[in-house]
Design a protein around this ligand. Structure first.
Ligand code: AMP
Length: 283
């Protein structure tokens, strides 16, 4: 496995693979890799001849008061995980390689990026769409892998690929969790021991919502209220949002129908965590 830091090196490597008729999968990440990322790499290795993992903490998807400076980084550890999972190339660029000093071209999406995380993080998806577009142009993969953990991001990337005619397949992968249910996240490292225990409230509250839907409840307000009650009972937790939306449009719905995303964002102390589940309701 090779680690490269320039666009030129990635292009040369991918060109060589293409000349041999090999297919290429891309797994975009911000590094500090865990089992969730590994599940994406595993899937990519299964479905492609060669796999590129990008490790880049993308500055333009962070707001001015967010955790860009403190975001955990450990390239040696990431490289070991990628190598053992069977990836072929890590692309680890510096900020200057991705963004010229006078960089001024962005990919911005309407509608889908306004709700859920877009409310608290108004410039986040512009940063995501821009960096993902750049990575697609640099690597030109056949397939790219995204986790359902960031369900709104998955919907946004799928829409961008459709709207802008990117010639690749987006593969969504299920959420990987800790034993107690907490969704794996690089940001879980911010949690103190006490906060880590409290953080299980996210998946517990969603389990309550899921249980209600499975028992036939289709009223979004009732489901949101039940989820809120579970979270509110945890003193260390503060709700950012609890929403029930259409997974394709990310628009709020009153009555559950079709492919429904129930998504939450919760502060545990100062750390903002997200979680969700997707269900298909046959009406
Ligand atoms: P990040 O490094 O947090 O930007 O995540 C890179 C990719 O890994 C995104 O597509 C995430 O949705 C995915 N991912 C992160 N955590 C998980 C998880 N627990 N389960 C599945 N996918 C994940």
């Amino acid at each position: 496995m090779n680690i490269v830091s320039t666009v030129k090196e990635v292009r040369e490597q991918v060109k060589e693979w293409r000349a041999q008729g090999l297919s290429v999968g891309l797994v975009p990440t911000m590094g500090y890799l865990h089992e969730g990322h590994k599940s994406l790499i595993d899937k990519a290795v299964e479905q492609n001849d060669r796999v590129v993992v990008s490790v880049f903490v993308n500055p333009i998807q962070f707001g001015p008061t967010e955790d860009l400076a403190t975001y955990p980084r450990d390239l040696d550890r990431d490289a070991a995980l990628c190598e053992s999972a069977g990836a072929d190339l890590i692309f680890h660029p510096e900020n200057e390689e991705m963004y010229f000093e006078d960089f001024c071209t962005y990919v911005d999406m309407e509608h889908l990026t306004k709700g859920l995380c877009g409310k608290t993080r108004p410039t986040h998806f512009r940063g995501v769409c821009t960096v993902v577009s750049k990575l697609f142009h640099i690597v030109q993969p056949d397939r790219a892998y995204f986790g359902q953990k960031d369900a709104q991001q998955l919907a946004v990337v799928r829409r961008m690929v459709r709207d802008l005619n990117f010639d690749l397949e987006i593969v969504g992968c299920p959420i990987v969790r800790e034993e107690d249910g907490l969704a794996k996240s690089s940001r879980n490292t911010y949690l103190s021991e006490e906060e880590r225990k409290a953080a299980v409230v996210l998946s517990r509250s969603l389990a309550k919502g899921k249980e209600l839907i499975e028992s036939g409840e289709l009223d979004a307000e009732t489901i949101k209220k039940a989820i809120r009650e579970v979270i509110d009972a945890e003193p260390l937790a503060k709700i950012d949002y609890v929403e029930v939306v259409n997974f394709d449009t990310i628009e709020a719905i009153d009555t559950l129908d079709g492919i429904v995303l129930t998504a939450i964002a919760v502060y545990i102390g100062k750390t903002r965590l997200i979680d969700n589940f997707i269900m298909t309701i046959q009406s």
